[in-house]
Design a protein around this ligand. Structure first.
Ligand SMILES: Nc1ncnc2c1ncn2[C@@H]1O[C@H](COP(=O)(O)OP(=O)(O)OP(=O)(O)O)[C@@H](O)[C@H]1O
Ligand SMILES: [Mg+2]
Length: 516
């Protein structure tokens, strides 16, 4: 069964990407000691009594200790505690029997055991009944985190969490046993599952912490109890749930406020809403900036091909193979956190520059002489602005083209924010704009109203129509940015463009390995 993740109006229903703790550990792949010895996730504290105590439930049936926690009955249940979560499409209680059949040693249920199919026939597994299985998962994760000595680095912000998390994960992994959230597992299921991947050998856990409703970050912070917190930026995102930019800032500030007195908060010093968070903190604070001297600052920032160079703290030059000012910030967050965990600066820079791009986040691809920036993972006004500026600054032989889809979850501000984006497209000097899907029409309208020639602005109603429009239009040397909220499906446009352009040129497209 697939554990439910935060159902998101942004279309990021990550449920299909959830997998068991084993597969996460395998993907994290950063516990060399455990991997070499072939040991399983230890988790030996998971005795029936300890589980019952940790989540305040009732121990209905005794049994042997579990060695880890899973929410997926289909695979990797061997020896694990299966927590039966109820989601929009599945109810874990319907899969308890399968989990036990697949080797689960214990189950946490939130139903009358008589209503759990097959539980009466399942032998050998301990059973704990709780009021709320989702809460139980959080409580178990909190206890697991408490019993391990890994430093936890929590990352939040409206954009850049996954990118920063992936890069920091790569940098720390090169120096110490490290785990990190797989993909964008950043909610009340993803965060606990990430924490369960901490093993006794683990020294660092890089945890992405997200939100789309007030109180989520506070709740997850209390579970993860971070030693280091990073806040990347505060921008209009998830406004439907958080109401206003002030609401976003208030919500994000719960992460730094949850850092203990000896810990460190790394804040974007150039974002007034993030900077202001420092006022209420009792722990150490370091700021990153590209606008002037700061704890971690970058100067002499230059776009070089598809990368960026910058001078770090007035000293050495970093050659980051990623474009965009936003990635300079992400790099600074990573270097600041790596220093806090004792990684020598030269090692951190080397590992940072070797880190793969996060999948479909401004990921450069090339097919048939056309450069494609695959930014189809997600979009909000801030990341759109970042992508637009980065594209505008990249040396391009042909035309700069943008395929923008709708930004979801913007509530009452949606129309206006889309229109403003259209204006920004024209001001950034983009040659061609293709607005994809009904909700993107105000982007096209905004561009035309700002003065962009009508002939350069296209509005199409679907990904397929965008493909039909773009394929005959694209020429060698063009660079196209494809970006929208995930549910719009511009990843399909990118993949189709690559396949067609590659086939038309009779060759294979050079694939690029990404981080997830
Ligand atoms: N520091 C940043 N500022 C603005 N945009 C950024 C930043 N870092 C990355 N981006 C852009 O934001 C988009 C999402 O990136 P990423 O997945 O790293 O963010 P996220 O915060 O994890 O998003 P989500 O909330 O969807 O999990 C991408 O288009 C990426 O290029
Ligand atoms: Mg993310």
């Amino acid at each position: 069964m697939v554990a439910p993740l935060r159902p998101s109006a942004a279309g990021k229903n990550l449920g299909s990407r959830m997998d068991s703790i084993e597969s996460q550990s395998a993907r994290v792949g950063s516990n060399p000691a455990a991997q070499r010895s072939g040991r399983s996730v230890p988790g030996t504290w998971l005795t029936p009594t300890a589980v019952q105590k940790a989540c305040g439930g009732e121990l209905l049936v005794r049994g042997r200790s579990a060695t880890g926690v899973t929410t997926d009955s289909r695979q990797g249940c061997e020896g694990k505690l299966f927590v039966a979560l109820r989601g929009d499409n599945h109810d874990g209680h319907d899969h308890v029997a399968a989990a036990i059949q697949n080797g689960a040693r214990g189950v946490v249920i939130a139903r009358d055991p008589a209503d759990v199919p097959g539980l009466d026939r399942a032998k050998g597994a301990f059973v704990v009944r709780v009021a709320d299985a989702r809460r139980a998962l959080l409580d178990l994760a909190k206890e697991h985190r408490r019993r391990n000595r890994a430093k936890v680095i929590g990352i939040t912000g409206s954009c850049g969490k996954t990118t920063t998390k992936e890069w920091l994960g790569a940098v720390l992994s090169a120096a110490m046993p490290t785990v990190r959230s797989p993909g964008s597992y950043n909610n009340d299921v993803g965060v606990p599952l990430t924490l369960f991947s901490i093993q006794p050998e683990t020294r660092a856990a890089v945890v992405e912490i997200g939100t789309n409703a007030p109180g989520e970050i506070g709740c997850l912070t209390a579970v993860a109890r971070p030693d280091v917190a990073i806040v990347t930026c505060v921008a209009p995102a998830h406004l439907q749930g958080l109401g206003s930019i002030e609401g976003v800032a208030r919500e994000k500030s719960d992460l730094p406020r949850g850092v203990h007195e000896d810990g460190l908060c790394i804040l974007n010093g150039d974002d007034a809403n993030v900077r202001a968070m420092a006022d209420s903190l009792s722990c150490r604070v370091e700021f990153v900036s590209t606008r002037g001297e700061s704890d971690w600052f970058a100067t002499d920032i230059q776009t070089v091909g598809e990368g960026t160079t910058f001078r770090l703290k007035g000293g050495r030059v970093v050659e980051l193979p990623r474009a965009g000012m936003h990635n300079v910030y992400n790099a600074l967050f990573v270097l600041a956190a790596a220093a806090e965990l004792g990684v020598p600066e030269d090692d951190a820079i080397a590992a940072l520059c070797a880190a793969k791009p996060a999948s479909r986040r401004f990921e450069p691809k090339r097919a048939g002489g056309v450069d494609i920036l695959d930014d189809s993972y997600n979009m909000n006004p801030e990341s759109a602005r970042a992508g637009l500026q980065a594209l505008a600054g990249m040396p391009t032989k042909g035309r700069r083209i943008i395929a923008f889809g709708e930004m979801l979850e913007l509530g009452d501000h949606s129309y206006e924010l889309h229109q403003q984006l259209g204006t920004a497209v024209w001001r950034a000097g983009i040659d061609v704009l293709v607005a994809v899907g009904a909700g993107s029409k105000p982007i096209a309208d905004g561009a035309i109203a700002a003065g962009m020639p009508r002939a350069c602005v296209h509005f199409v109603d679907s990904v397929e129509s965008a493909q039909a429009l773009l394929l005959p239009m694209l020429r060698d040397g063009d660079r196209i940015l494809c970006k929208a909220s995930r549910r719009v499906g511009l990843d399909r446009l990118v993949d189709a463009l690559i396949a067609s352009l590659t086939a038309a040129n009779g060759g294979a497209s050079p694939g690029q390995q990404t981080a997830d």
